[in-house]
Design a protein around this ligand. Structure first.
Ligand code: HPA
Length: 266
């Protein structure tokens, strides 16, 4: 399955990507920064899952930024859409097998830490996998990575130090924290927010499976959450996907600046 996808992508001209990017919900504008070389619909690529949610564009973009070849996923696959975690992470394996050296991820997340305001950004320093599955479950392919991967530093300190320095320089608010991944698709109850805030600063429905697979393959990664709502169990307004998308759109500029500056430095 991997070979079919890779052969297809290579023959389509995606030959030497250096940096992979996953753009989360409402966070597609980064692609405007790329000098595009090729744009492929996920549906064209053999064995790629097909995005189901209408606001996920579902495109793989190959382009150049500051002289580096970038492979960007506009739209990702989520567990709540019904995919297995092996399907969710298939594109990450493909990007690594095509040669990327770094993986940058973004997502929209709810702020559990009430000092972190809606519309700000959070660098993920660590995570909790609260999904009822793991992408590495099942037979291990030793060519991909070890049976029992170490996770003591799942997010690259090399990349994180650079992102924090860029945020300081560019005057972008970049909090640091722990992200907990939940299956969704419902937003959390007050009781769940109360539980999670003891252990995490942000909650969302993605990213952790991709980071597990990146670590399995020895691929350094960094992830930034756009905090789209404040999850205060004692003062909770109804969660709205429209509000979340609107907030993501407004906060996107900072995220784009962070990722572009980082890519220039890599
Ligand atoms: N919970 C889970 N996922 C989310 C949230 C949330 O509050 N906000 C944005 N994505």
């Amino acid at each position: 399955m991997y070979d079919q996808a890779i052969n297809y992508l290579k023959s389509a001209g995606i030959t030497s990507p250096e940096i992979g990017i996953v753009l989360g919900t409402g966070l597609g504008k980064m692609v405007n920064e790329l000098d595009l070389i090729h744009v492929l619909d996920y549906g064209q690529i053999p064995n790629f899952p097909v995005a189901t949610v209408e606001f996920h564009h579902g495109k793989l973009l190959y382009g150049e930024l500051f002289g580096k070849k970038i492979l960007a996923m506009q739209g990702r696959f989520h567990y709540y859409e019904g995919y297995s975690l092996q399907q969710v992470t298939f594109p990450i394996r493909i990007m690594k097998l095509l040669g990327i050296n770094y993986l940058l991820l973004s997502n929209a997340a709810g702020a559990l830490n009430l000092n972190y305001k809606k519309g700000s950004l959070m660098l993920i320093e660590d995570h909790i996998n609260f999904l009822p599955d793991n992408p590495l479950r099942g037979l291990n392919d030793d060519k991909m990575g070890p049976r029992f991967p170490d996770m003591h530093q799942p997010y690259s300190s090399f990349l994180n130090e650079r992102l924090l320095a860029i945020a300081l320089r560019e005057k972008i608010v970049l909090h640091k924290g722990v992200y907990v991944a939940v299956p969704g698709p419902n937003f959390e109850t007050r009781a769940e927010y109360r539980l999670f805030r003891n252990y995490a600063d942000a909650v969302g429905m993605s990213t952790v499976p991709e980071v597990i697979v990146a670590n399995h393959m020895g691929l350094p990664c960094a992830a930034v959450s756009v905090l789209t709502d404040e999850c205060d169990p004692d003062n909770l307004s109804p969660a709205s996907i429209d509000d979340i998308l609107e907030t993501a759109g407004k906060a996107e500029e900072g995220l784009v600046k962070l990722f572009c500056s980082l890519i220039r430095e890599l």
